[in-house]
Design a protein around this ligand. Sequence first.
Ligand SMILES: [Zn+2]
Length: 274
Amino acid sequence: MKILISADMEGITGVTTWDQVTPGHTEYFRFRKVMTADVNAAVRGACEGGADELVVADGHWNGTNILIEELDPRAKLNTGSPSPLSMMQGIDQSVDGVLFVGYHARQGSRMAVLDHTWSDTCVANVWLNEMPAGEYTMNAALAGHYGVPILMATGDQAACQQMIEQLGALETVAVKQGTGRYSAECLPANITQPMIEQCAKRSVQKLLKKGVLSPFMLKTPIKVTVELQGSDMADRAMLLPGVSREDHKLSFTAEDMPRAYSAFRALVLLSYPR
Ligand SMILES: [Zn+2]
């Protein structure tokens, strides 16, 4: 049984500010360690649940956050950027299930720690086939393309709630209760990490019993709409062929989710202020 753990940083235990998740800041080093420990808890649980192959995708910033020297040796690490599938590097038909660790709510959410969608600077909103989308939506739909379900997720209560509403009744661990964008009531790591371990174990055991969610699959072709934060961003992103524009809102249609994912990433990269 092969499990992919896709890890982000904003939904890690104790994180509430950008400094804690941005390389170069003194706080960042502390939270890299906490991120690695949250991921290790998921690795332990997945192994206890029956997984025998584990791949971790480091999906935050430039993908070099997890400390490999502290990573559980049963897992391999996809690190560095850009990689072909970014936060989901390692997903393909050989994976049996995906665990989201450290995820966050989509841009514009209330009482949600560091809510954003891909780029806090550039992206105001994303829709996939007219459905409001967060990073979890895109990543779950990409896994769905390969027939792989999302088994569990960790993050704040807003992220967990959004994922349950959109992806179905997956197992979640709310490691904190957001009280604002930069504030939360946080459980300490010695509480959250055993919760993550237990949840990972349970969700992988469910997979073995075939009692799991079906993969999250979108109807193809897929319409992607991205509302950017500024018109200069839209001017640059419009250079991408096949994109139509209404004010700051750009749309394109992709044949399937891997193409939609890749074009979305290219659009956001182009849109960055320079
Ligand atoms: Zn992130």
